[in-house]
Ligand binder design. Structure first.
Ligand code: MG
Length: 209
């Protein structure tokens, strides 16, 4: 596995961090972000404990850009008590809450200066968002209405040449939920976007106009 130019300490911190994102995907995300960050700040939807945020923020630090990390930090449907991806270590004062863990991940990596956490549902943030963006990474709630809303609210703020990135794209329903895949297909049918890279379940679409 290539580690490209990413400093080793970020790789190690991301490796130790809880999350559902491979190191290989992270390095790929880092590498593909670098060439577009001159276009503006980047935005991540669904930061959870900060694993993918470390890779994105490492690229942002290198290019002296900000990363907005949007997450209500109460976990998605599948993280709640009794659900498949629940982690009892993330219960704080009786509630599922990933914000402290997220903050400590970014602080440990000394990347917190490059990250602006926005602790709110992405739909609410998207409804008032106006800042042009170099890249938007959609990895929040995987319910269809949520992915669709994230796409509708934020994709229009990506500047020409910027990237729309999806995680958890599974063409085969036996491998994973279909909502991100359905929205990704809608984005592919939009003349504003064309796919430029892919790795595992990550897809990168370039904004053409
Ligand atoms: Mg994901």
């Amino acid at each position: 596995m290539t580690q490209s130019l990413m400093p080793r300490q970020f790789f190690e911190i991301a490796k130790q961090c809880k999350g559902f994102f491979s190191q290989q995907e992270g390095l790929f995300l880092y590498e593909k972000l670098l060439p577009v960050l001159h276009l503006g700040p980047a935005l991540e939807i669904g930061s959870y404990c900060g694993k993918s945020s470390v890779f994105m923020a490492a690229a942002c630090q290198q290019k002296q850009r900000l990363l907005f990390c949007v997450d209500h930090h109460q976990g998605s449907e599948e993280h709640q008590v009794g659900e498949a991806y629940h982690d009892p270590e993330l219960i704080e004062n009786g509630c599922f809450d990933t914000f402290s863990y997220f903050k400590s991940t970014l602080k440990k990596a000394k990347l917190d200066k490059w990250v602006i956490p926005i602790v709110a549902p992405s739909q609410r943030v998207g409804s008032v968002w106006t800042t042009p963006l170099s890249a938007v990474f959609i990895d929040g709630s995987h319910a269809y209405e949520s992915v669709k809303s994230d796409y509708k609210c934020f994709a229009k703020h990506i500047v020409k040449g910027g990237l729309l990135i999806f995680h958890d794209i599974f063409e085969n329903p036996e491998e994973g939920g279909q909502a991100p895949y359905l929205v990704y297909k809608e984005a592919l049918n939009d003349l504003h976007f064309k796919q430029v890279h892919q790795l595992g379940c990550l897809r990168f679409l370039e904004k053409l106009m």
